[in-house]
Ligand binder design. Structure first.
Ligand SMILES: [Zn+2]
Length: 155
């Protein structure tokens, strides 16, 4: 809460970190009202409003089934269970996306930190963040929200 208030009231900070409404064109675009109909309240807050679910609260942090994690908003394949690893964070974590072009990375300066946000390349859904403290072979840690993904089991 402290960090949030600092961000909200610091005028110079707010100026610098102002989130521009980027005129991005995604293949799948819907209005907030349409997304609200399709998604649960939590899914909408995370995937469409860049929220973060509480650690150890999501459906998938401890999921060990084989399958594909798809975008909750548009169904695009995002991550494979074969690249999931135990990060100990309470969020489902992967060392690489299923295809590089299926996710986009954006700089996120919220809360006074520069982090790399990961969004779905087809619909712009917020998925989580990527950090460079992951395991081999990539050294990356895609720290995702269960609420932004839909798991499909494979044999
Ligand atoms: Zn999507």
């Amino acid at each position: 809460m402290f960090l949030i208030s600092v961000f909200m009231i610091g005028p110079s900070c707010a100026q610098k970190n102002k989130k521009e409404k980027v005129a991005e064109r995604f293949a799948v675009t819907k209005t907030d009202a349409e997304w609200r109909k399709q998604l649960t309240t939590e899914q909408f807050a995370v995937a469409r409003k860049a929220g973060t679910e509480n650690p150890y609260s999501g459906k998938y942090w401890d999921n060990h089934e084989k399958g594909i994690y798809k975008c909750i908003s548009c169904g695009q394949d995002l991550f494979a269970s074969t690249t999931k690893f135990e990060s100990g964070t309470g969020w489902p974590s992967f060392y690489q996306p299923i295809k590089k072009q299926n996710v986009l990375e954006k700089t996120d300066r919220a809360y006074g930190m520069a982090r790399t946000e990961v969004v779905c390349s087809r619909c712009g859904a917020h998925l989580g963040h990527v950090f460079d403290d992951g395991p081999k072979p990539t050294g990356l840690r895609y720290c995702m929200n269960s609420a932004s993904m839909d798991f499909t089991k494979t044999k």
